[in-house]
Design a binder for this molecule. Structure first.
Ligand SMILES: *[C@@H]1O[C@H](CO)[C@@H](O)[C@H](O)[C@H]1NC(C)=O
Ligand SMILES: *[C@@H]1O[C@H](CO)[C@@H](O)[C@H](O)[C@H]1NC(C)=O
Ligand SMILES: *[C@@H]1O[C@H](CO)[C@@H](O)[C@H](O)[C@H]1NC(C)=O
Ligand SMILES: *[C@@H]1O[C@H](CO)[C@@H](O)[C@H](O)[C@H]1NC(C)=O
Ligand SMILES: *[C@@H]1O[C@H](CO)[C@@H](O)[C@H](O)[C@H]1NC(C)=O
Ligand SMILES: *[C@@H]1O[C@H](CO)[C@@H](O)[C@H](O)[C@H]1NC(C)=O
Length: 581
């Protein structure tokens, strides 16, 4: 049980390690002493108005709740199934870390109302050159490294672990490895995990025949092993390759040197796990291209997921037809094309922002950060770590881990709902903004979400938009539910992530870059920089704060090519995947 959670956390941890070095000039401090008194009075005034606004807002929210399906009160803040019993059920007191900034945000958000700026839903950059998707163009991959003959070297089996998005990465890496080794690929198997509790197989989530057919010129994909191999004890003959046997991000040479001979000898190898076992660099261009083709074109969600996903997005947008390329790729024929009449503004789509709030218990515990939750929360998180992150627990015991303060200043803490809300206000989003929340198993539940919903009451989740009976067929399948979140995030006018270590955020980001044609902006805070800005929470002026937050987000939106070693699934602006015009 702890293994998968640790892996998940591990992925985040690695990402942090890679990101550690980003730097930015520190803000100027205008600490004029004579201004202090005025400042203090100002703050007290604002605090007063904040609490007034607070009660007003609660009334508004209450009213609002009575008038919509799936009210905020009724909403279930679902905790991960495996830890449900470990979380105290009593209602907690609200936790506020930045009373002053929240007060300033509450005051500022009314100014946001004035300009309901269309700019906030556009990608800010206007570039002279553009990147366009192109991994589906050109010839099939030529015969890579191993001379490709008609006889294949053997069969590759894959059992992918993790959740929906980790499995997706495993599948496309397996496609590339099968092409590299000139082998047949058997449709990957999805492992059941105690964390995700989902028995879904490939065909329950993706269109199997489309997948096989789309890649037929590149790799031979079969549904099962031929019968003469089925009776083999793969482990006994030494063809089982687990994640412990193979390094993360192994090179093509490794596969040729170690795996290829096994394949020739036994006719089959079985990769067990395999999420991130194939390197991003160096890799032959053809294989890079094939991976992109797999991730961005060959993997289409099963019709029943496309259908309910389309319904979900149409309800959020209050608009019944397809808007862009992204829609076509996500929904296929399950979203009708736009009608000819597009002049009538009363029927124009509702714009929405989708957010993956990765403030979930595993992430919160793994981060080692302190979120002002007091002694009780600290104990609860420590207990969780002991169960799920044993290595981390040992590091803490040996005094070999970061302190909460260090973690925070290094940008290792997932954004709290409060921080996310303050960020959106600083960026200019007004309180009417529709916000689709993916996941929503927020740690601390309602009490943690209050500061968010007070600023942004129009928060919706798939449970609000779809009826229980519409959701019922997906309910026991966390991967299929995650697919619906993927769809709602990918199709959003703006997507905001709160932690770039999350696989969902990462793949949605890539998908929007690849298919979005520069019209699918993503807000990706630089957490280290944000932590530095927030460390001045007691003194910084709102104007300064806004400027620095906007700059932080804009700099992450620059259209630049993928840097070496970064994921092509997250950053597809790279040769083989996208072409520069
Ligand atoms: C980008 O936009 C700005 C202002 O909207 C404009 O002045 C500038 O010429 C544009 N640049 C390009 C390359 O289109
Ligand atoms: C969308 O379609 C549904 C059912 O077909 C219909 O009830 C609804 O009014 C339509 N909405 C819009 C905005 O056209
Ligand atoms: C849309 O509006 C423009 C100007 O307002 C008009 O010239 C055009 O005919 C309209 N198109 C349709 C399809 O109504
Ligand atoms: C842990 O390390 C810090 C500084 O490195 C030191 O001040 C502290 O006393 C150590 N604590 C324990 C329990 O060893
Ligand atoms: C979901 O699982 C529960 C408990 O395991 C079971 O009672 C229920 O019938 C399942 N629902 C569906 C739609 O499979
Ligand atoms: C908020 O500001 C105070 C005073 O400057 C600082 O001590 C605290 O660490 C800040 N909070 C965060 C979470 O950065």
């Amino acid at each position: 049980m702890g293994k998968e959670a640790a892996k998940k956390g591990g992925a985040a941890g690695r990402y942090y390690a890679a990101k550690g070095g980003e730097n930015v000039g520190c803000g100027k401090r205008h600490a004029l002493f004579c201004n202090h008194l005025r400042m203090i009075l100002f703050v007290f005034g604002l605090m007063g108005s904040f609490f007034l606004l607070d009660s007003l807002m609660l009334t508004v929210i209450h009213h609002f709740n009575l008038h919509r399906r799936g009210s905020l009160q009724r909403r279930r803040w679902i905790v991960p199934q495996n830890v449900k019993s470990e979380i105290p059920t009593e209602e907690r007191a609200e936790k506020i870390m930045y009373a002053r900034l929240l007060a300033l945000a509450s005051a500022a958000i009314s100014k946001n109302e004035i300009h309901d700026s269309i700019e906030l839903f556009k990608e800010p950059n206007n570039q002279t050159s553009t990147w366009r998707s192109c991994s589906d163009q050109g010839n099939q991959i030529p015969q890579v490294v191993v001379g490709r003959t008609r006889t294949r070297s053997g069969y590759i089996l894959v059992s992918a672990n993790g959740g929906l998005n980790q499995q997706r990465v495993a599948v496309c890496n397996a496609v590339a490895v099968a092409a590299l080794l000139n082998a047949y690929l058997v449709i990957p198997n999805f492992l059941y995990s105690s964390v995700w509790k989902d028995t879904s197989q490939f065909g329950d989530i993706y269109q199997e025949d489309f997948f096989m057919n789309y890649l037929k010129n590149d790799v031979d994909i079969v549904k099962e092993l031929p019968s003469h191999l089925q009776s083999l004890d793969i482990e006994a003959i030494g063809s089982l390759i687990t994640d412990n046997d193979i390094r993360k991000e192994s090179t093509p040479e490794y596969f040729l040197r170690v795996v290829f001979p096994l394949l020739l000898k036994n006719g089959v190898v079985h990769f067990y796990g395999f999420g991130n076992r194939l390197a991003f660099d160096p890799l032959p261009l053809d294989l890079q291209k094939l991976r992109c083709k797999c991730n961005f074109h060959a993997l289409k969600y099963a019709p029943r997921i496309q259908e309910i996903g389309s319904l979900l997005v149409r309800r959020i947008r209050k608009y019944n037809s397809s808007l862009n390329m992204l829609d076509e790729h996500l929904f296929g024929k399950h979203m009708p094309h736009a009608p000819v009449r597009r002049n009538d503004t009363s029927t124009s789509p509702v714009k929405y922002l989708a957010m993956h709030m990765r403030f979930e218990m595993d992430m919160v515990a793994y981060s080692l950060c302190d979120f002002d939750g007091g002694e009780k929360e600290r104990r609860e998180l420590q207990a969780y770590r002991e169960v799920h992150f044993p290595t981390l627990t040992i590091q803490i015991k040996n005094n070999n881990s970061l302190s909460p303060e260090e973690s925070r200043s290094l940008g290792k803490c997932p954004l709290t709902p409060e921080e996310a809300a303050i960020m959106l206000t600083a960026l200019g989003y007004n309180s009417r903004t529709y916000i689709y929340l993916a996941g929503s198993r927020i740690y601390g539940g309602r009490s943690r979400m209050l500061s968010f919903t007070r600023l942004y009451p129009n928060v919706i989740t798939k449970e609000d938009v779809l009826t229980p009976s519409e959701l019922a067929p997906f309910k026991n399948f966390s991967s299929q539910l995650a697919a619906l979140d993927f769809i709602a995030c990918a199709a959003a006018d703006v997507f905001a992530m709160t932690d770039s270590g999350s696989q969902l955020s990462s793949l949605v980001n890539g998908y929007r870059i690849y298919h979005g044609r520069d019209h699918a902006p993503t807000i990706r805070p630089n957490k280290k920089r944000f932590a530095r800005i927030l460390s001045e929470n007691r003194t910084i002026q709102w104007h300064d704060f806004g400027e620095r937050v906007r700059k932080m987000v804009q700099e992450n939106q620059r259209i630049i090519a993928r840097r070496k070693g970064r994921s092509i699934y997250r950053l597809p602006r790279t040769p083989g995947c996208m072409c520069k015009y």
